[in-house]
Ligand binder design. Structure first.
Ligand SMILES: [Zn+2]
Ligand SMILES: [Zn+2]
Length: 145
């Protein structure tokens, strides 16, 4: 008997399947991070605008809305699964300083993922138009509870 998963934001254990969001980024130090958050239906509205932005190929920093040039940026790669929908993915391009101020959001209630997973590419991160980079997430079991 497994307990139901908790929503990353409100810590409730809903009786419906939650949306999963995977975040990955690399700090300028080379420290690779990967986190998974779960959102119930009520809390998903908190993250939805950010995912919409991630899917939009925007070159504007989500924090300050100024253009972000490479380098000097942190790309936050997102893959999300909404129950009953296809997997979606995108990226948010932050200024390093801007991301440092909001990084805690992505850690809230999150599970840290092992960073030996495949897909941590060699060299610069590829643009969002190369979805095959995310292939390794297919092996992750997303069935809640
Ligand atoms: Zn919640
Ligand atoms: Zn910024």
């Amino acid at each position: 008997m497994q307990r139901r998963n908790k929503c990353s934001l409100c810590s409730e254990r809903p009786d419906h399947r939650m949306a999963s969001v995977y975040w990955r980024w690399v700090w300028p130090s080379g420290d690779r991070r990967g986190y998974r958050q779960l959102f119930d239906r009520e809390c998903f509205s908190t993250i939805a605008p950010r995912l919409t932005l991630a899917a939009s190929d925007s070159e504007l920093c989500p924090s300050c809305n100024e253009p972000v040039q490479y380098p000097g940026n942190i790309d936050v790669w997102a893959t999300w699964f909404i129950p009953g929908q296809d997997r979606k993915e995108g990226a948010l391009r932050y200024h390093v300083g801007c991301f440092e101020q909001v990084a805690d959001f992505y850690l809230q209630g999150a599970f840290r993922l092992a960073d030996h997973l495949e897909g941590w590419g060699e060299g610069p991160l590829a643009p969002a138009s190369q979805p095959q980079r995310w292939g390794s997430w297919d092996s992750v079991d997303l069935t809640p509870g």
